[in-house]
Design a protein around this ligand. Structure first.
Ligand code: NAD
Length: 323
């Protein structure tokens, strides 16, 4: 039996709890500064409430950080120093320097640490990653991703403040930055435009153009200005074919080559990406094996986001830190 301690029982804390609850060999504890919300959560998920984060650290085998992003650094460092295997929601932190402090602490203490970059577990993204790596489109050349919906609020409205959430670039587009790195390799140049730092109220939107080390080009679009509902699309064009995905279409994944086209809909209930992500973390926490998405992966995705922000502010193309 593994006792998992969730800190932050808002939107993501509940999503994680739903999936932890499906694992018969996990018991849940939780801490949140919002006492009524914590009490309600504990009742719903049969979790024991802790009185403080320190109490959670003392009484749990593993820690699951589901706090607003500006609080990740402090809590992650305390969990790592306590040598509790830890999973932390994306984005890992708000800046490369904060992420670097986590990477350094993970290395110093040898603590198992996973960044919750869940898109790697979404069936279409996972399958497309494999198809592309297996050469289904030949040499990838042009990538286009789009992700968005209405602006999230979060408890107290923290998502709307870029100083707390990083805005659409850091909070939302990070998903695609990570998937692009994982699938196509490192990003060496970023040029971006955005509404993030303008006076346009309640609308956040960005389009970033990434140049990959391979020479491929990716257009990554993120929006919190789409009240029509959440939608994700991607298209990858290579020397021998195209793969496309639209979260509103069925079948969800379509591969088109000169010799024909085929459709797939790889979704099934046991494919839930959050369940698979938490299960993978649990396996690493129990065995000490290398987690599938590391603190360094979290840092590298934030480095692309940070370069995009720098590009928005300067109007120039920017090389991501460490590229
Ligand atoms: N992977 C995904 O698909 C996905 C989706 C949404 C959000 N997220 C990420 O998950 C994280 C949490 O987002 P959310 O939507 O759950 O936010 P939220 O505002 O819904 O929940 C945050 C919770 O943290 C609690 N909290 C705040 N300060 C605290 C403190 N000092 N100690 C203990 N509890 C505290 C709040 O009371 C609240 O219950 C963010 O980093 C966000 O970017 C990831």
């Amino acid at each position: 039996m593994t006792t998992v301690g969730i800190v932050g029982v808002g939107g993501m804390g509940k999503t994680h709890a739903r999936h932890w609850s499906k694992m018969p060999d996990v018991t849940l504890r939780a801490f949140d500064i919002d006492q009524p919300r914590l009490a309600e959560f504990s009742k719903e998920f049969g979790a024991e409430s802790a009185q403080s984060f320190d109490a959670l650290l003392e009484t749990c085998d593993a820690i699951d950080i589901c706090l607003p992003t500006h609080l990740h650094l402090e809590h992650a460092l305390r969990a790592i120093e306590s040598q509790r295997p830890t999973i932390c929601e994306k984005p890992l932190c708000l800046s490369v320097s904060e992420c670097a402090a986590i990477v350094e602490s993970v290395e110093r203490h040898g603590t198992t640490f996973m960044t919750a970059q869940v898109v790697r577990y979404f069936p279409e993204f996972k399958r497309a990653n494999k198809l592309i790596k297996d050469g289904a489109v030949g040499t990838p050349a042009a990538i286009r991703t789009r992700r968005g919906g209405a602006a999230p609020k979060g408890s107290g409205g923290w998502f709307a403040d870029p100083a707390l959430s990083g805005g659409v670039i850091v909070d939302l587009m990070i998903h695609d930055f990570d998937w692009i790195r994982w699938t196509f390799g490192e990003v060496v140049r970023v040029y971006a435009q955005a509404l993030t730092f303008t006076d346009v109220e309640d609308i956040d939107y960005s389009l970033a153009t990434l140049t990959l080390d391979s020479g491929a080009v990716a257009h990554v679009e993120g929006t919190w200005a789409d009240p029509g509902g959440f939608r994700v699309t991607f298209e990858v064009a290579g020397s021998e074919g195209i793969i496309e995905h639209d979260s509103r279409s069925s079948p969800a994944l379509r591969t088109v080559k000169a010799g024909g086209a085929w459709n797939e809909n790889p979704l099934s209930p046991s494919d839930d990406p959050y369940f698979l992500e938490l299960k993978a973390f649990l396996e690493s926490a129990r065995t000490g094996s290398h987690p599938p998405v590391t603190a360094v992966d979290g840092l590298k995705a934030v480095a692309i986001a940070e370069a995009a922000i720098q590009s928005v502010k300067t109007g120039k193309a920017v090389k991501p830190s460490g590229a």
